[in-house]
Ligand binder design. Sequence first.
Ligand SMILES: Nc1ncnc2c1ncn2[C@@H]1O[C@H](COP(=O)(O)OP(=O)(O)OP(=O)(O)O)[C@@H](O)[C@H]1O
Ligand SMILES: [Mg+2]
Length: 224
Amino acid sequence: MPALVLQNVRKTYPSGDSEIVALDRANLEVPDDQILALVGPSGSGKTTLLSIAGGLLSATEGHVVVGGHHITEYSAKQLTAFRRAEVGFVFQTVNLVPFLTARENVMVAAELAGGAPEKAARARADQLLEELGLAHRAENLPAQLSGGERQRVAIGRALMNEPKLILVDEPTSALDTTLGNQVMALIVGEVKARRTAAIIVTHDTRMTHYADRTVEITDGILAA
Ligand SMILES: Nc1ncnc2c1ncn2[C@@H]1O[C@H](COP(=O)(O)OP(=O)(O)OP(=O)(O)O)[C@@H](O)[C@H]1O
Ligand SMILES: [Mg+2]
């Protein structure tokens, strides 16, 4: 079963009297172990596509199926449960909870999904932090971490529930190029090790060699 299927997906945003077409007739299938790089200029619809794939935004038209879940038919409540359990997000702007430690920020994903007992969640969070080179920072608050460290905590949180689909919006402004590349390489390594599907937005064409497939998007249209 594919990790993601988009069928004729269209997304418009209202803009005064008219509308902005952010995504048009998008058709895409991502197999369950594929890393797909999504590249395109600023404003081309990359974040919109990721948000629709992860059930954060609803499509104006078309069908979205994630790991067999027909999310276009889901209620708001079903969507929330779906997102928490099935998808891992790493956003452009890292949004960690400021008053929780690195470990707690990773564990929160499991709590929200209503799953693992605390002891198991803690062990898994520590294992992820170790893999991400953050074992020594587990007790620190986000404000005490560097930009790259915060990004890695966010990756840990995204991987916490072993989602079938990981959606990564490249850190553009938050990180310099070198660090941005390191973080992307880290994500790709983690995703490959888990044989999970991922869509990774990147501006950097040097990053695309990590991906199994690259799809370009221009003005809301995916290249065939
Ligand atoms: N909430 C919104 N309301 C109105 N227009 C929006 C909204 N979000 C995005 N847009 C518009 O939709 C288009 C696609 O935006 P999107 O954020 O998907 O682009 P992007 O490819 O992620 O760009 P970037 O590389 O700069 O992050 C743009 O024209 C943008 O201005
Ligand atoms: Mg974007």
